[in-house]
Write a protein that binds this ligand. Structure first.
Ligand code: 8X3
Length: 259
């Protein structure tokens, strides 16, 4: 695929793109000819991804490494976008994490704060900066990555579930606020997806992380990327509001069947 400056490419901004669902989205959208803005905290991984995808798919890619939990850093990144990246068609609010799995009386405040700062405040900081770009264009699509933990609660999920419930709620209210501006909002609620998610939640404990998916086939990051791609590639008059997606072996947040 070759692009020249006369071709108008759609631009997608993906947060948390250095691994997992974000990386899979970057890959799939680059493959389909989108211009990418990828953000994350891990500069090396982001730049390697940008190099690989721009070589493989010949699309323009801007890699921005900053901490989404830092409001000033978000502002600097979005306000200083190069001219050719200033029109953003799709925002995928993907950056997020689970930290810890402890009962409320034992949870670490630092874990709670990082989940609130990234999953909730970071999503809001980026949305507050990108939504006005979309309202000025009178077009755009925001995809929020929530979770089955944003639909239901499970033991020890407390603050993680609360942040994902908040994302689910924000998807609903964003859809109302942005309706008159012609902007679509899609909420995606994945169940078990095997990425770095559990490794991060259990602070690098590989055995604990592996046990989460033991005896079942979890979703992979590409399953979610394909779902997002499908949702944003519907005809203009169609808005996909909300998708819950789980492995075949998972009925809801707390019910699985394992071999
Ligand atoms: C990830 C799904 O069930 O581990 O958000 O919370 S779950």
């Amino acid at each position: 695929m070759y692009f020249n400056s006369l071709q108008i490419l759609k631009t997608i901004l993906i947060t948390g793109a250095s691994s997992g669902i974000g990386e899979a989205c970057a890959n799939l959208f680059a493959q389909n000819g989108y211009q990418l803005i990828i953000t994350g905290r891990r500069k090396d991984k982001l730049e390697q991804l940008a190099d690989r995808l721009s070589n493989q798919y010949m699309v323009p890619i801007l890699a921005l490494d900053f901490d989404i939990a830092n409001q000033k850093a978000c502002e600097k990144a979005i306000q200083n976008l190069p001219q050719e990246y200033k029109k953003i068609d799709i925002l995928v609010n993907n950056a997020g994490l689970a930290a810890g799995l402890s009962p409320i009386q034992e949870g670490l405040l630092s874990d709670w704060e990082s989940m609130i700062d990234i999953n909730l405040k970071g999503l809001l900081y980026i949305t507050r900066l990108v939504a006005p770009i979309m309202t000025a264009q009178k077009s755009g699509h925001i995809v929020n990555i929530s979770s089955v933990a944003g639909k239901e609660n499970y033991a020890n999920g407390n603050v993680y579930c609360a942040t994902k419930h908040a994302v689910d709620s924000l998807s609903q209210t964003m859809r109302i606020d942005l309706l008159q501006h012609g902007i679509k909002v899609t909420n995606i609620a994945p169940g078990m997806v095997e990425t770095e998610f559990s490794l991060v939640r259990f602070k690098g404990d590989e055995n604990r992380a592996k046990n989460v998916y033991k005896g079942l086939t979890p979703l992979n990051a590409n399953d979610i990327a394909e779902t997002i791609y499908w949702a944003v590639s519907r005809p203009d008059h169609v808005n996909i509001s909300d998708i819950v997606i789980t492995p075949k072996a998972q009925a809801n947040a707390t019910t699985t069947i394992r071999n």
